[in-house]
Design a protein around this ligand. Structure first.
Ligand code: ADP
Ligand code: ZN
Length: 621
């Protein structure tokens, strides 16, 4: 029930009580109850002046000195229970009694007794119970302020033990746990803790579970709310809900606020050109204001989850808001085995079960899918009257779950997997073969996010402020490496390289147009300012400030750069074809390789620095 409805509900109840009190105070003076027989007698005797006939009773007014201002002396009124009497009207006509029909207003009665009283009672009992359970306030939604979509849990009973395979995310969140356990000690020591952490990962990878686990580990209350809930609401409700949420949370600090699907709420403003969604914008503004308004040392941490970080309003990601990101990856084979183990605790497994085999059969599945898989196997076993879940049940469950996901095209076929493996090794091998290129940190064919099927992660050895032409050309080469590897091995190319080609074209174009790195065009820059970073609608209709001839030359130069680069990568990879095949085979098997493993396989000795900084350079497929 929302605030407004509750508000008017109490109003109506009050007004009705008032009305009935007034009625009983001032209503009908000197009312007498008489029987129908007596009434007929009085009519016969000519003592009745008028009768009002309603569904179940008659109200008869006596003849006589009709001075209404003096009740006792005025006409008396008789109440008569009505008897179905077809002759009544005839009789009244005969005696010249004035009569009228009246539909009795029973609505008020039914309303009060049928609705108001029972509901009022229920609310009273409920609030009593809630107050009883109250105590620390944790887990209680304040009465009269209860919001259907704010969920509060005093103790989530989830720990990091329940979250398997997300070790990196857990490591990052451990700090938050330590802080929540004792905020004061932490801030006394001068630790700077972020206000907001954004968890990024595909649906079902366990973001909600992780947030709950943080609350459970730190033993603090957990408030959650879903971004999509705001969108359909009336203007102003979302904002006030956010305000209430923060008010409650601050009161019960230390605690965690979890905002699921924050992308529904925090989509970049202005991205919708046909006039945005007012409610969403107001709610988002309120959220930003609240986040800016409180201080972290109170012990409120906001965790948010999204699977589409790229559409978020940049204002949300600014320092002091969600400036820290936790990647919740899809699990690799070890992760999947661990997750299966967690969920297998709830069922009895037969001796023949090997969860490693199941994990190997389920690339691309996330925690939620695997939980579902174990459940499906348990159901199958139960249906067949077995005492334990056997390998056979699990295998069948795999088939069933995978088939369901294949329909949604979330699972790769072995052929696709092979293509992705060669593609990624192509990137990585090119990177390792070039002088200026950053060392490979990780190669993976575990699908990640929505678009990317695999990725190669390079870490720079030093901060870069300037890039030379050689470096840019090398970067171009690395981007093309994936595509070229596909050509060499399969003699065919896939759609998977689209993002690579887009980025390669961007680099080549910038080299020609902005950095004056083309021999033909020379030291001329054709781009006045950098392209807008975020959805700048004002950019529409800005014309180019060079001639069509120049445009043609630019296009040709860009094309040439890419062609040269392609040729270069081709000869590099052809030259190391054996290494390419070796690494791809291992990658297919292990799904993830770190930089050192990769270098060992291809037989190189370039070392990787450990310094991690934001200039991570990802080649997402
Ligand atoms: P998300 O919020 O990322 O969409 P959830 O946290 O809601 O995913 O995950 C749904 C369910 O999937 C969880 O309740 C849990 O049973 C299971 N699950 C997901 N990830 C894991 C994991 N890493 N370990 C164990 N169970 C998991
Ligand atoms: Zn690629």
């Amino acid at each position: 029930m929302n605030n407004r409805i509750r508000f008017s509900f109490w109003y109506v109840l009050g007004a009705m009580l008032l009305i009935s009190a007034l009625q009983s105070l001032f209503g009908s003076p000197g009312v007498n109850k008489i029987s129908y027989a007596e009434f007929l007698k009085m009519v016969d005797a000519g003592n009745i002046a008028s009768v009002t006939i309603s569904e179940d009773r008659l109200t008869a007014k006596e003849k006589g000195a009709g001075d209404q201002s003096k009740p006792g002396a005025g006409a008396r009124v008789y109440l008569v229970n009505r008897v179905p009497d077809p002759d009544l009207v005839k009789l009244l006509k005969e005696k010249g009694v004035n009569f009228e029909g009246k539909v009795q207003n029973t609505f008020l009665n039914t309303f009060i007794f049928g609705w108001v009283l029972p509901i009022g009672l229920m609310i009273a009992v409920w609030s009593l119970i809630m107050r009883r359970m109250g105590g620390g306030g944790a887990g209680v939604m304040a009465f009269g302020k209860a919001k259907a979509r704010i969920y509060a849990e005093g103790d989530t009973k989830v720990t990091f033990q329940d979250v398997a395979g997300a070790e990196e995310a857990k490591d990052e969140l451990q700090e938050v746990v330590e802080f929540l356990k004792d905020p004061e000690r932490y801030s006394r020591l001068g630790g700077r803790i972020p206000k907001g952490l954004l968890m990024v990962g595909a649906p079902g990878t366990g973001k909600t579970l992780l947030a709950k686990a943080v609350a459970g580990e730190a033993k603090v209350p957990f408030y959650s709310i879903s971004g999509s809930g705001f969108v359909e609401m009336f203007v102003g409700v979302g904002a006030s809900r956010v305000r209430d949420l923060f008010a409650q949370a601050t009161k019960n600090a230390p605690c965690i606020i979890f905002i699921d699907e924050i992308d529904a709420l925090g989509r970049a403003r202005g991205a919708n050109m046909m006039g945005g969604n007012d409610e969403r914008e107001q709610t988002l503004n309120q959220l930003l204001a609240e986040m800016d308004g409180f201080e972290t040392n109170k012990g409120v941490i906001i965790l948010a989850a999204t699977n589409r970080p790229e559409i978020l309003d940049p204002a949300l990601l600014r320092a002091g808001r969600f400036d820290r990101h936790v990647l919740v990856d899809k699990p690799d084979i070890d992760g999947r085995e661990a997750i299966l183990n967690v969920h297998a605790r709830e069922v009895t497994l037969g001796p023949d079960v090997d969860l490693r085999v199941i994990a190997a059969r389920t690339p691309g599945l996330v925690g939620a899918d695997l939980a579902n898989l174990v459940n499906e196997a348990a159901l199958l076993a139960a249906r067949n009257g077995k005492e334990e879940v056997e390998m056979d049940d699990l295998e069948k469950a795999v088939d069933r779950v995978m088939a369901g996901l294949e329909k949604k095209s979330r699972v790769m076929s072995p052929k696709e997997k092979a293509i992705v493996a060669y593609h990624e090794v192509g990137h990585a091998l090119t990177a390792e073969s070039l002088e200026t290129s950053d060392p490979v940190h990780k190669v993976s064919i575990v699908p990640r996010g929505l678009g990317a099927l695999g990725y190669t992660l390079q870490l720079p050895t030093e901060d870069r402020y300037l890039m030379t032409r050689t470096e840019l050309k090398d970067r171009l080469a690395v981007l093309l490496g994936g595509r070229v590897a596909e050509e060499i091995i399969f003699g065919d190319i896939s759609t998977g390289a689209q993002n690579d080609l887009m980025r390669a074209t961007d680099i080549a174009r910038s080299m020609v147009k902005e950095y004056g790195m083309s021999d033909k065009l020379g030291l001329v820059t054709f781009e006045r300012e950098r392209r807008p970073m975020f959805l700048d609608t004002a950019d529409f209709g800005r014309g180019k400030d060079y001639s069509d001839d120049t445009a043609r030359i630019i296009d040709r130069e860009v094309d040439q750069l890419i062609k040269d680069s392609h040729q270069r990568v081709h000869s590099i990879l052809e030259g190391r074809r054996a290494a390419l095949e070796r690494a791809a085979k291992v990658l297919l098997d292990k799904e993830v390789l770190d930089g050192d493993q990769f270098r060992e396989i291809i037989g190189a000795e370039k070392t990787e620095s450990q310094d991690q900084d934001q200039n991570q350079n990802q080649d997402q497929n």
